[in-house]
Each structure stands twice: as C-alpha cells, then as structure tokens.
Design a protein around this ligand. Sequence first.
Ligand SMILES: [Mg+2]
Length: 217
Amino acid sequence: MDVAVVVDFDGTVTEKAVSYMLLERYGRPGWRDLDRQYAEGRLTAREVIALQFSMIDATDREIDEFARHHVQLRPGFLEFVSHLRGLGYPVAITSEGLDIYIDPVLDENSVEYVNLFYNEARRDADGRLVPYYPHPDMDCEECGNCKSGLVKALQKDGNYVVFIGNGRTDVCPARGANMVFARDMLARTLEEEGKPFILFEDFHDVMEAWDSVVAHG
Ligand SMILES: [Mg+2]
C-alpha cells in the first residue's frame, strides 16, 4: 500500500497558530472582529486570511525573526517526519498560511523531507501583505489553498492518504481522506458529523497509533 501523509501547519505542526501569534504581536486593531465574522460564516477562509494578513504591520525580516524565535513545534513532529522517511512515505504540509513564516520555522528547526503547499506572501503598492494562491480550487471560493485538491490528487495517484489537522480549513480535506488524526476544532466537527478520526495531542500520539492503524488500515 502506498501511503501519503498530509499535515496542516498552524496549530498542527506548531503548538500555536503562527498566523494568530503574528496578529497578536503586529496586527492592526480590528482583526479579531474579522475572526468572529469568519467563525459565524460571514467571510470565507480566503477573505479572512487576505484581510488579516493585510493587517500585519511588520516587515518580511521582522516576520522571519519572529517565526524563528517565538514558534514552537508540536512535540514529536521531527521524530514523526523521520519515522515516515524511514518508511518511505511522502509528507506534505498544506497550509492556508504564508511562505514567509512557514519557511523560517521549518528552517530554524531543520525540518527536511517535506513537500510544501502553502500561499505566497506578496506586497501591494502600500507595502501591505497580500497572499497569492498557487493551489486554488477553480470551482470553490472558500479557501485560498485547496487542501482537498491535494488529498484527491494523491488518492488519484493510488495513495492511501492520512490527513492530520486541527482547524476549520481542515474539515473539507479530512472528510475525503482515508484516515484522519484530529485535534481542536477539527476533532469537534468530525465528532458531530460522525466521521471516524483518531484524536491526538502531539506527534508522539500519532506515532504510537501509527503502526497499528495505518499498517492494518
Ligand atoms: Mg491549523
């Protein structure tokens, strides 16, 4: 069986969502209200990230340094990636976040052997952050980065896809994945929907469950 692993970044690979850490540190007033509108379904994920990233008042260099010095990986992530590498299973990080903070976090922690599917940070004429979406879904405007598209593409290539995530933009790809490890909001939503998943706190839990569930999946 070919297995491919797809992992969300903010709040899954990392202990806390880096996007929120940046907003808390550098955000202009008003970003929390946008979050409420998103939670109430009045904004799409694509709209809320574009608006919130434009409110982060920091240079690329400040964001890079903040990401390197303030972000903690979730325990066990490095060991998990190394375990998958040993098994020969590809790992992809898929994120609605931006390269300018994800790259430095991975670099600072010497994370290797992961494929990256995320949004790219650009700047408008006023110097504000504007996300560019290299992996959209042409028929759905909910997200900037279509995580489900990646899951489906890997399945089309014959892979059994294990999805690991925590948030609202993880619900759609989790519904389509072959196996799901979930925490936080994702776990609560899948529970309500009756979709099977394995609850995890950190990647040591994922590894502990891995051999029995994936090997016999
Ligand atoms: Mg997340």
